[in-house]
Design a protein. Sequence first.
Length: 210
Amino acid sequence: MALGTDWVLAWVRATAAVIAENRAELVRLDREIGDGDHGENLDRGFTAVLGKLDGLAPDATPADVLKLVATTLISTVGGAAGPLYGTAYLKASAAVKDSGELDPAALVAALTAARDGIVSRGKAEPGDKTMVDAWTPAVDAAAAAEQEGAEVGAILDAAASAAERGAAETEPLVARKGRASYLGERAIGHRDPGAQSSALILRAAADTAA
């Protein structure tokens, strides 16, 4: 089984819906250790993405959709989230540019490229209390599932579950990157909003592939 452009479009639409649904929660999380605008910014960005999907060519590839998401987020989302997520989608697009459909290997390549783009852009490592703490276990779980012969749906479910655990595990961490790092130990007990939004995005990917 492989996933095509229809799935990427469904994932983008599901992401927009889940971000809108959790906008207030993401704002609350960010208000506790950041600027308080994470949910608002992402909601604005994915709403803008939705407005551009109908302009895609009928023969658009998965890479085309991912690139559209990337450029729209970069141009409309403020704060750190725009460049970080924009880079993630852009790198994922480049990783699958020759793929009309995403088989397990291509899917893992896209997720890995997205994570690596975030790491490169944000200079964060696992344990820094950032979205990397959701993306790294997600990629590791996806790669392990692919090695075991899992289909795309199971790979995405493994990635989403790992991201959800990773987001929860940011709560006891001291932030070492971003605005939250200014709080020192006062950031302990609070979940990183970027890790949480990453988990939501990856769960939307799994749900639409089920």
